[in-house]
Design a protein around this ligand. Structure first.
Ligand SMILES: [Zn+2]
Length: 393
């Protein structure tokens, strides 16, 4: 183990974090594991657990923490690369190459196809829904990210239905496979995003963008169209923090309390608790949103929805704990705390997969090699050559 300090440290971390595990999922309202929903990890996700878990952890970063994590690790990797090796040419190559690997890995988190975990619910009355997601019809949606792409993205993660809520664009197409897509829109009005759910008609956001009283009129406007108006809180939560009572008075139907977009995933737990208390006392809906724009392969939140119920009881918001923790740890610790949180969320099969990969890596590194050959290739070289016989001269 002394010959492999990195592997030894990882094994210790895997054991220590197993003593303080985080649940696979939490109810965003109670913070406790949900009783009726399970996160299923496919076979290849588990076999490839180290990259799978690290790509998920890179996806569930707030914007500020993503910047801190990348900046720290780029400096660390460039320094380690620049200090290892004999020749200046080798050191320079490593000083550039190591950080480049991280950049490529981060790009893979956003773009690379891979197996993803999916949610199942044991409650026959519940439907797994996303309340807020985008296509290329949004100004900031990924080019080429079609309605069909969005439906497949949701289906792979266990969703049975999703509202399509493009920015200031009404969705009203009829799509039922692989999952049902539901009509909606996301209106940007005076420092507030309002998610409209239902057969919405186009409306003029300028009417509601003059000031706060004008903005609050959108809830009545949506009701006149037979649509629900949900205030998306996580991204711009500070803008109208003191106005939420007025939102209720003017007819808001609910609040979005978890949102996976990098700008919104850092919504602080304390602020969320205030919104939850308000919704509870007025029997309003609480929702979670992937807010997918075509980037990233995994959602941090699902909803188990009960269409027969109304208001507060009509929906359970179920999230990955790594996402819920983004507003808690200080930003500058991201390079360490994100890895620590990720290791705490591993289940037993993932830990076994990690340990197996570490074992394989150390065996590979330990294979005896001939002078001048790169590490690990010696096993081939030894098989192909006959060692010179040694004898007395
Ligand atoms: Zn959005």
């Amino acid at each position: 183990m002394r010959r492999h300090p990195l592997a030894a440290a990882l094994v210790v971390l895997l054991l220590v974090t197993a003593l303080r595990p985080l649940p696979q999922l939490v109810d965003a309202v109670t913070g406790a594991p949900p009783g009726d929903a399970v996160l299923v990890k496919p076979f290849w996700y588990l076999v490839l657990a180290p990259p799978s878990d690290m790509l998920d952890a890179l996806t569930f970063l707030s914007l500020a923490r993503a910047k801190a994590l990348l900046a720290t690790w780029l400096v660390v990797l460039a320094t380690v690369g620049g200090l290892s090796g004999e020749s200046w040419r080798g050191r320079l190559t490593r000083a550039v190459g190591y950080p480049l690997v991280l950049v490529l890995f981060a790009a893979a988190a956003v773009l690379a196809p891979r197996p993803v975990p999916y949610l199942t619910s044991s409650d026959p009355d519940g439907t797994i829904v996303d309340f807020h997601a985008h296509t290329e019809a949004s100004h900031d949606g990924r080019r080429g990210w079609t309605v069909e792409d969005l439906a497949r993205w949701h289906a792979a993660q266990g969703f049975q239905a999703s509202y399509v809520t493009d920015h200031n664009v009404v969705f009203n197409r009829h799509v039922v496979t692989p999952i049902r897509l539901l009509p909606g829109a996301e209106w940007s009005v005076f420092g507030q995003h309002v998610v409209a759910l239902g057969e919405v008609e186009p409306l003029d956001p300028a009417l509601y963008s003059r000031d706060t009283p004008a903005m609050l009129g959108i809830f009545g406007g949506l009701h006149a169209l037979n649509a629900l108006g949900i205030a998306s809180i996580p991204e711009y939560w500070e803008n109208h923090r003191d106005d939420l009572g007025l939102f209720v008075a003017e007819g808001v139907d609910g609040f979005e309390i978890v949102n996976c977009a990098p700008k919104a995933i850092g919504f602080p737990t304390k602020a969320r608790a205030e919104v939850v208390a308000l919704a509870r006392s007025h029997d309003l809906l609480l929702t979670g949103a992937s807010d997918n724009h075509g980037w990233g392969k995994v959602t941090c939140v699902w909803n188990v929805s009960y269409p027969e119920s109304h208001g507060y009881a009509a929906n359970h918001v179920i999230a990955r704990p790594l996402a819920m923790a983004q507003g808690e740890s200080p930003t500058w610790t991201a390079a360490v705390s994100q890895g620590w949180l990720m290791l705490r969320t591993l289940d037993i099969p993932e830990r076994i997969s990690w340990l197996t990969w570490i074992l394989l890596w150390t065996i590979y590194r330990d294979v005896p090699r001939r002078h001048g050959q790169p590490g690990g290739l010696g096993i081939l070289a030894r098989r192909l050559t006959v060692a010179p016989r040694e004898g007395p001269r």
